[in-house]
Design a protein around this ligand. Sequence first.
Ligand code: ZN
Length: 179
Amino acid sequence: MKTDTAKLIEATYFAADKHRDQRRRDKGATPYINHPISLTHILVDEGGIEDTDVLCAALLHDTIEDTDTTAEELAVHFGDRITAIVLEVTDDTSQHFTVRKQAQIDHAPHMSREAKLVKLADKISNVRDLLAFPPHDWPIARKQAYMDFCAAVVNGLRGTNAGLEAAFDALVARRVELA
Ligand code: ZN
């Protein structure tokens, strides 16, 4: 049985390796791994979350959707609970973009508490980046639409963690800053 510290290090290393060649869409092309790491920081710092499996799932949350990682691979390395959380927050990439986005809104209220925590942190991270390091090629209407989509998902996650929900609401209050 691995210690909590060992699990966190292994998940960090695994995600860094899988996202090695990926960059965010901001002007500075931030390394992708900054994003999953930011989720764990949000969960600990603003959500008060200390469940190692939730933190590991946050580190791994985009590996199936955005890299060649399979659910079987995650299960071998990290076990069934972490894998199940990651699968809950993974879009079905065989579906069209707009179908996937609507599915996120529709599924949000029905997710496990653990997956809702990861999803809340994901939306906080993405909207925080949208305000601070926006995608270099997005017009303002697209940024506004993206923030509104995130808010619609978060509305289905409410009642899960007051600290995280307040952090998200503080970001939405800054919608006028989008330029
Ligand atoms: Zn994400």
